[in-house]
Design a protein. Structure first.
Length: 131
């Protein structure tokens, strides 16, 4: 727990951003339905469970820049999102978006730290705290 497991990059023009990252770094993208305004960024090969094959590497996404999210977001693995959000609040942070299910995978949420940075949380579906 506590490892950075995902990143997200905001974009005004998602196609332009995909072309840039693909051209510079060779990333592949899975474009999700248009209403989601999101593309999965494949920076490294994964196994059947979606875990990167290279230790220390992560995949991410590109999302449509909005009012709340204007800068890159790092996502941190936790055992229990609800408990993490409570602890974040006790230590001076705040919840930006509460627990949201990613069907078949787990849950995510986002928070603002004490310095104003928005970060993400991830809880795998197979953790004991999954409810």
């Amino acid at each position: 727990m506590g490892k950075v497991v995902h990143f997200e990059v905001p974009a005004d023009d998602e196609g332009r951003a995909r072309d840039f990252y693909s051209g510079v770094f060779g990333w592949d993208f899975q474009v999700l339905p248009p209403e989601m305004e999101y593309s999965l960024a494949m920076t490294t090969p994964m196994n059947e469970q979606g875990v990167p094959l290279e230790p220390g590497s992560i995949n991410g996404g590109i999302f449509r820049r909005g009012d709340a999210l204007k800068a890159p977001v790092l996502t941190i693995d936790v055992e229990d999102i609800d408990a993490a959000l409570e602890q974040i609040g006790r230590l001076g942070g705040e919840t930006v978006r509460g627990r949201m299910e990613v069907p078949g995978s787990g849950w995510n949420a986002s928070f603002r730290d004490t310095e104003g940075n928005v970060m993400g949380l991830w809880q795998n579906a197979n953790t004991s705290a999954a409810t």
